[in-house]
Design a protein around this ligand. Structure first.
Ligand code: PRP
Ligand code: ADE
Length: 176
């Protein structure tokens, strides 16, 4: 059981208007990360319902997703696998390109990162349009991983990212 509430977590997320560009309300998680109780509580909430032995691999998305996914992997005694922006992983990769609001982006995973049939939690800090998570889920699927859940600390619901992730169980802790 987590000893923090989603409301406490929401209150520790700072809204920064017009970053990185005009019109964007940036959700700054650094005040939350700097608070020992709230950071631990956020990991408890993201992993609630799972116990060690039920998950083989936690996949985290570059870069802020690493923070939560690595801590969750430790808590669940699971392995940690990074999905990175293109060009950062040293070994053979699978890549997936997806649409951003303007232009495209490409993410990658090592070809041997996930054992076929592995039980996977996919994790990121924030769900916006869902393009990033959908591309990461496709990479996991390509390697034969079985996604048990996709978990986000923050969901920006007006961007309808959930619709892009139809078919996957989704968890988000703080919804705007
Ligand atoms: O749902 P989407 O519209 O795809 O957006 C969500 C993604 O955007 C942010 O990552 P960003 O690319 O800014 O990378 P960062 O974590 O390295 O800052 C966030 O951490 C998610 O990964
Ligand atoms: N509004 C936002 N705040 C923080 N990270 C984001 N990634 C995409 N949209 C974001």
């Amino acid at each position: 059981m987590a000893d923090v509430t989603p409301l406490e977590i929401q209150q520790a997320i700072r809204n920064v208007p017009d970053f990185p560009q005009p019109g964007i309300q940036f959700k700054d998680i650094t005040p939350l990360l700097g608070d020992a109780r709230l950071f631990a509580g956020s990991i408890d909430l993201l992993t609630e319902g799972f116990t060690p032995g039920q998950v083989d691999t936690v996949v985290g998305i570059d870069a802020r997703g690493f923070i939560f996914a690595a801590a969750a992997a430790y808590r669940l005694r699971a392995g940690f696998v990074p999905v990175r922006k293109k060009g950062k992983l040293p070994y053979l990769t699978h890549e997936q390109t997806y649409q951003l609001e303007y232009g495209t982006n490409t993410i990658a995973i090592h070809v041997d990162a996930i054992r076929p049939g592995a039980r996977v939690l996919l994790m990121d800090d924030l769900l916006a349009t869902g393009g990033t998570a959908a591309a990461a889920a496709e990479l996991v699927r390509k390697l034969g991983g079985q996604i048990l859940q996709i978990a986000f600390l923050i969901e920006l619901s007006h961007l309808q990212g959930r619709a892009r992730l139809a078919g996957y169980p989704i968890r988000s802790i703080v919804v705007y």
